[in-house]
Design a protein around this ligand. Sequence first.
Ligand code: ATP
Length: 270
Amino acid sequence: VRAKTMELIEAPTVSYDQVGGLEDQIREVSETVELPLTQPELFAEIGVEPPKGVLLFGPPGTGKTLIAKAVAHHSRATFIHMSGSELVHKFIGEGAQLVRDIFQMARDKAPAIVFIDEIDSVGSIRTHDGTTGSAEVNRTMMQLLAELDGFRARGDVKVIAATNRIDILDPALLRPGRFDRIIEIPMPNFDGRLAILSIHTAKMKMSPEVDLRVIAKETEGASGADLKSIAVEAGMMAIRRRGTAVTPEDFKRAVDKVLGEEMLPRVDES
Ligand code: ATP
């Protein structure tokens, strides 16, 4: 299928322990997506129709993609990553067909998880305002809704969708029967930041003076992606000065660099 719009991974390697914090969210996603894939008999036995998908929402860089990959890993499922914004902006006139192709591929490669990033690009109320291209986006959206409604009978394809903008999402997507759970992935709190910093520094050589709790405390407002950048930057600082271990000073500079940039006005990419 047309490259780039989608990424296909036969069972990603990310596991739940590489996701910092978010224990409740992971439990919920795993119950909704992983359990029906790995133990469908539990649902059949009790006579409950297995869920078909979840919608994750929350700020950028908080681990939505990471969770989706980890669920695919633990479900031993093919992971098909489709970008809502590319679907709309890059493949004008082909969106609906691509959606069809992607779900067909998911059925061929089942068990499979279709991860739809930035679903608001396809299914936002803004796209129905009569501006150029909206008829095309509407067709893509209709196809997506048709796929979401159509595959319940087949138990081995699940959908995880993600958005930073649940506020502009088309209510049609939120209607019962489309996504079984709508789960918030929030910015990390202190414990979350500490867990994320631990994950991303696990393989780094650090001086004994480094206290990740201090860094977690000083990075209020940082996302998981920011914290990963901070860890990488701290490592780079140590390399640049040819140090043998990462020091608190390296972290301090890294925090300033990463969060200092954050404070500048940001251009909305969408
Ligand atoms: P977006 O909405 O921008 O697509 P996202 O929520 O999908 O963001 P991810 O792509 O999952 O964010 O996160 C980007 C990177 O930041 C991840 O690959 C990971 O390295 C790091 N990261 C983010 N959140 C976490 C977390 N909770 N634990 C560990 N690493 C994280």
